[in-house]
Design a protein around this ligand. Structure first.
Ligand SMILES: [Fe+2]
Ligand SMILES: [Fe+2]
Length: 306
């Protein structure tokens, strides 16, 4: 692959005639096990693609179907992946508790790099801007991961020091055959959940006196609004192409793919700026309220919390 940065003059189309296309390069980055090397590969690829697109030399090969290799995604031997029920919350008042939290967030960002890369390579037949969007997301997730990893280092820890769960990648696997389901379930559910939980986590870090980690959460929340907006845009585009009503399609996909039940409180302001419309936000609030009623019924029914 020719280096764009090494030339004195403006890059031209020949600079982007890489032997493999950028979706293949995204797949290579996805297979990379070392988190720092993965993050570096993503950022280099994103810079290359941005320069290539801006001088009219895209190299996505949208029509080309790529085979899925075994062993996705590349990940380091540690963290150990365990059942989510084995992961206990720790108090934020201790440095160890905050390190565990920062590690959990770093793990989410590591998975988020993989999820975004998977969208780039896996789904043929999309517009070129789809691939560019998700590669940009992957680069921002790599940045988030690096910020959290640096905070972990300040606490004397590194990514891999604590166990983690594999729920995010499992949703990626479940939706691997349908880009509409992927857009419906990953950015609009999993990443959108981040919009709800980031402010209270930030507040707890701030309360514990960790202003630097709180500032990292500010960066993450700002960027995640953009990621969810990208997901919403492509979800609606695909609904349009398939002649589907987005609201009805969403309800059907949530049921078909067993979307996790969303519980409030919701960050309606961030969700609105990420492109959810009033109907979607009202549906979310109504589902939460009816779930609460069902929970209440189950508690009063047998005297135990389900
Ligand atoms: Fe992120
Ligand atoms: Fe994200």
């Amino acid at each position: 692959m020719n280096s764009v940065a090494s030339t004195d003059s403006t890059p031209n189309a020949d600079d982007f005639n890489a032997p493999g296309n950028w979706r293949l390069a995204a797949l290579d980055a996805l297979r990379e096990c070392n988190p720092a090397a993965k993050a570096e590969a993503v950022c280099a690829l994103q810079a290359l693609a941005q320069a290539g697109m801006s001088c009219g030399a895209p190299n996505w090969e949208p029509k080309r179907e790529l085979d899925a290799p075994a062993g996705l995604p590349g990940r380091p031997d540690r963290p150990e992946l365990v059942d989510p029920r084995q992961l206990r919350r720790r108090s934020m008042s201790t440095p160890q508790g905050r390190a565990v939290l920062l590690h959990a967030l770093a793990h989410i960002e590591f998975n988020a790099i993989n999820l975004a890369l998977d969208a780039v390579w896996r789904f043929a037949g999309m517009p070129e801007t789809f691939y560019a969007d998700w590669l940009t997301v992957a680069a921002e997730e790599a940045y988030h991961f690096s910020l959290l990893n640096a905070r972990l280092a300040d606490y004397g820890h590194a990514y891999g020091d604590f166990p983690a769960h594999n729920g995010l990648w499992e949703m990626c696997e479940r939706t691997r055959d349908d880009v509409l389901a992927r857009m419906a379930l990953v950015p609009r559910v999993l990443e959108a959940r981040g919009l709800d939980v980031a402010p209270p986590i930030r507040a707890r870090l701030k309360q514990a006196g960790d202003d630097e980690s709180a500032a990292v959460l500010d960066v993450i929340l700002r960027d995640e609004v953009g990621h969810v907006r990208i997901g919403n845009r492509w979800f609606r585009h695909l609904c349009d192409v398939r002649g589907l009503d987005p609201h009805a399609a969403w309800l059907a996909l949530a049921e078909q793919y067993r979307a996790p039940r969303m519980r409030g409180p919701f960050n309606f302001e961030a969700r609105r700026s990420a492109g959810f419309d009033d109907t979607e936000l009202e549906t979310l609030a109504a589902q939460d309220a009816s779930g609460d009623a069902a929970d209440e019924g189950s508690r009063t029914g047998d005297g135990s919390e389900k």
